[in-house]
Every structure is written in C-alpha cells, then in structure tokens.
Design a protein around this ligand. Structure first.
Ligand code: ADP
Ligand code: MG
Length: 340
C-alpha cells in the first residue's frame, strides 16, 4: 500500500475516533476528569496509558498507575479510591454472575484435547493469549479460529476480524481449513474482515474501529485476532528508555480489547512472541514480550512449543477457572488434530 494511502486511512480512523469521543462527551457520564487532581493534562496522560474510564482506574493497582502515568503514589491512591466510590462497585449475587457467564460461548480449536484445557474452546468475553517462538503455530491457530467462528452454534452470520501485523494472513490457508471443517470456503472468506496494521498506532486504531463494524455496519463480530500483538511494539520501542511508553501503549491496547470482549460477548485471540532470557539456566529460557501488562490483561495464557515428531505442545498457564494443563496436537493441512 502506498504511503499516502496509509496516511489517508490513518486520518479517517482518527476522525472516527474523534466523533466517537464527542458523542461520549455529550452523554453526561462521569469521566476520569471528575477524579480529584485530574485536569485535562493528567486526563490525556492517563488516557494514553490506557486509563480512559473510571472503571479502568478503579480496578488498577497503585503501582500500575504510578508506573504508567507518572503521578505520585498519594495521588494515585486517591484517584483509585475516588473512582471506586463513584462507581457502583458493590456486590452482585453469584447467581447474577452465573447468568452472565451463561452467555459465554466458545470457539473450537478443532482439537479435543486443546479445547479441553481451555474449558471447551476459546472463550468469549475473554482474551486468549498464545506466546511462542517463531514458527510454533500461533498464526495457524489464528486462521483456524477465524474459520471455526463459523461453527458457533447460537450465532447468526458470525464475523471474525483479523488484525494482521506481520503480513502473514493467507486466504489460501483459510480455504484449506474451511474445506477441512466442511464449510463453504467462499462463504467463510466473506465472513472474515482482514486489516493490515502498518505500525503500532495503526494497530490501536484498528482495534478501536472494530466497534464501528459492530455498531454502524451491524456485523456480528465474534472473534478478534491480533496477530501479532507485540511485533510492532517490539520493533518501534527499542532500548530501556522507551519501555514505560511502550507498556503504556500496550496497556491501552489491552484495555480496549478487553472492553470489546466484554461489551460484545466476543473472543479476542492475541499472539505474542517470546524473547530469549540468557539469565535463565534451568527450565525454559524464554519469556513473553509485553511483561506484566499483557500477562495481567490476558484471561487465558497458553505457551506453545514444538513437540516430538512435528507435534505441538500447548500449556495453559494462570487461568481463572481451569487447572494448569498441557496437551499435544498436530497442525495439518485441513486443521488441528489430536495426536493419536
Ligand atoms: P508462528 O505464527 O508461531 O510464527 P505459524 O503459525 O506461521 O507460526 O506456523 C508455521 C508452521 O505451521 C509451519 O512451520 C508448519 O509446520 C505449519 N503449517 C503451515 N501451513 C501448513 C499447512 N498447510 N499444513 C500443515 N502445516 C502447516
Ligand atoms: Mg505468526
């Protein structure tokens, strides 16, 4: 795509963003500007760090706020307290939570054992993160989920959104996987909306634009893939001095994705790279990019690696309701299969 076109697209996206912000301002909801000590400058800073709503402040830790926005600990603490008391953060009955949870749906990976360790597939209202080295199958799983979104039982014309940052989306691969799932490939392709993200700003804007697809175009988006979540961030923010800025931006991105998942009962699947940890001599000497920000915002985290005879080993880590577990599967032309 020529540079002018990208710039034009970015401008359009900015416009949409501004309009949405204006609409929000009109509806007189309480905002972070209502918090003690938060003026326009601090509010901008906080929004940049991902704290654009009272809820995001209310659920943050003092340490996070201090690290990501640069306010003092005392101010951070006050802001959190004020946000908490201004929101109805009281108790709801377990029954009510259960009723909400009953709306949760799942997208199958195609492998029984893989679905099982995730509690039945990739969940809606959640972010599922896969972190792995290059060539492990992260992108393959993204393609597969985009196809299998069509297999959701209670959804009419479900749509998968694919935000592609590494130019690895392949419609040919979708065709193969669709055939493998017994679906009409052309129909599946129609239900997948792909956008190439050219840099991290573009990536954030595209994620925000998903809401437009749902609201203005009335699409029933059930899956958002961000493949890869971290590659632009890794490439653009080099050196220790830029770490805080990178983490702020990632935090904002993760908050936006989580809000989408929660508001529209959809699944978010993000892929993450690992970096070598030369200081680790025992165990696996790799670590996911994005640190605590990504780790804390992801609902399900799966570490993927190559296993014996071309198989893949997926390990579930830190799930809210599932035990840490491991499984084996194979990636084949027509889908993901259990190891026999
Ligand atoms: P990552 O995104 O983690 O870097 P990929 O998802 O691109 O990794 O995985 C690449 C691997 O997927 C290939 O090395 C190959 O093993 C497998 N793969 C890709 N395409 C096919 C296919 N058509 N049939 C079977 N396996 C495939
Ligand atoms: Mg990939």
């Amino acid at each position: 795509m020529p540079k002018e076109k990208i710039e034009q697209e970015m401008e359009d996206l900015e416009e949409i963003k501004e309009e949405t912000a204006e609409k929000k301002a009109e509806s007189k909801e309480k905002t972070i500007m209502d918090l003690p000590g938060v003026g326009a400058a601090t509010a901008t800073k906080m929004a940049e760090a991902g704290y654009s709503t009272l809820l995001s402040v209310a659920v943050a830790t003092v340490g996070e706020i201090v690290e990501l926005t640069g306010v003092s600990e005392a101010v951070g603490r006050k802001m959190i307290q004020a946000a908490r008391s201004s929101l109805d953060m009281g108790f709801v009955s377990g029954e009510e939570v259960l009723r909400k949870r009953a709306l949760v749906e799942r997208i199958s990976t195609g492998s029984k054992v893989f679905d099982n360790i995730l509690g039945g597939g990739v969940e809606t209202r959640a972010i599922t993160e896969i972190f792995a080295e290059f060539g492990s199958g992260k992108t393959q799983i993204g393609h597969l989920l985009a196809v299998n979104t069509q297999l959701m039982k209670n959804e009419k014309n479900p749509v998968a959104v694919y935000i592609d940052t590494e130019n690895t989306f392949r419609p040919e691969r979708i065709v193969q996987l669709a055939k493998g799932a017994g679906l009409e490939p052309q129909q599946v392709l129609k239900q997948i909306k792909v956008a190439r993200a050219y840099n991290s700003d573009h990536q954030l804007l595209l994620a925000e634009r998903v809401e437009e697809l749902i609201k203005s175009q009335g699409l029933n988006v059930k899956l958002v893939v961000v493949d890869s979540l971290t590659s632009h961030f890794r490439a653009e923010f080099i050196g220790r001095g830029t770490l805080a800025e990178r983490q702020q931006k990632l935090n904002k991105h993760m908050h936006a994705l989580l809000r989408l998942a929660d508001t529209y009962n959809l699944s978010v699947y993000v892929t993450n790279q690992v970096m070598a940890r030369p200081d680790v001599f025992f165990g696996d000497p790799t670590q996911a990019i994005g640190g605590h920000v990504v780790a804390h915002s992801s609902t399900y985290r799966v570490y993927l690696r190559k296993g014996k005879k071309g198989s893949r080993v997926a390990k579930l880590i830190d799930s809210p309701s599932m035990p840490d577990a491991e499984c084996n599967f194979i990636i084949e032309t027509d889908g993901i299969k259990d190891v026999q």
